[in-house]
Design a protein. Structure first.
Lengths: 131, 136
């Protein structure tokens, strides 16, 4: 692979592509990794959640409570919440410039994304628990 | 602080070239914006669904407060838009994964992937909902 600028980063293998020494590479790799994990989980979760639409209380609980559905939903939200958190961080980085507001927004993002994952997981476990 | 306010005021007063007002909208550009918007919409959706799941976990009384999220006209609309955003964002991610490997980066390839994201997202949504309705 030829390098137009002739700059040698000293890295080899997959790392050779990451020439910049800024911190974006770790984020980008994480987003791609979580995206791959989320692909099948999102499909199963979408199917499950469509199945819940319009259903009354007991029927909705039965749909969510099935083992495969429950596991897929939990996997989806645990990985998805971190994926969403990093995604929202890029949005905050782009649009919020005031330092105080930025700090607040980044903190709020961290809390909300963690809370969403925790609430989903615990609620699904409660729903799927055998009576 | 005054120095910062000064530079910010300075930045606000500096003339800016037109961008959004003059750039011709292209599909790849629109899909990039849509990728971000669907991502944010999914964030809001999982927040709403967290409330819904809490209602399901707590009992019929609590469920009555949150059932609007998935039942009735509003619920159906919310869930339809949620699944559309999910499939669109998913296909957008696939598009980026393909581009990361250096494939389909020529003008025709880019258009193809962008169209695939748009129409594929709608198509997947419609297919899933139809099959779900038939399976009930």
């Amino acid at each position: 692979m030829t390098n137009a600028t002739g700059f040698d980063s000293g890295r080899s293998g997959r790392g050779a592509a990451y020439v910049s020494d800024r911190s974006g590479a770790a984020h980008a790799k994480f987003m791609k990794l979580t995206a791959r994990a989320l692909a099948p989980l999102a499909i199963v979760s979408a199917w499950t959640l469509i199945g819940v639409v319009g259903e009354p209380y007991e029927a909705a609980r039965a749909v969510i409570g099935r083992p495969i559905s429950a596991l897929a939903l939990i996997g989806f939200i645990v990985i998805g919440a971190v994926h969403a958190r990093y995604g929202m961080e890029t949005i905050i980085d782009d649009y919020v410039h005031d330092p105080a507001k930025r700090e607040l927004a980044l903190k709020a993002n961290k809390w909300v994304s963690t809370a969403i994952a925790a609430v989903w997981t615990l609620a699904i476990l409660l729903i799927a628990a055998p009576r | 602080m005054t120095q910062q306010a000064d530079t910010e005021g300075l930045a606000a007063r500096r003339p800016l070239s037109p961008h959004l007002t003059v750039y011709r909208p292209m599909l790849t550009m629109m899909m990039s914006i849509a990728h971000r918007i669907t991502g944010a919409a999914l964030y809001a959706s999982v927040l709403l669904l967290a409330l819904y799941l809490l209602g399901l976990a707590f009992g019929p009384g609590a469920f009555g407060l949150v059932s609007w999220i998935a039942n009735g006209f509003i619920g159906h609309s919310v869930m339809f838009l949620f699944t559309w955003a999910l499939f669109h964002h998913f296909l957008g991610g696939v598009r980026h994964a393909i581009w990361d490997r250096g494939l389909y980066m020529d003008p025709k390839g880019r258009e193809l992937l962008a169209q695939g994201t748009l129409f594929g997202g709608v198509g997947l949504t419609v297919v899933f909902w139809i099959v779900a309705a038939l399976a009930r």
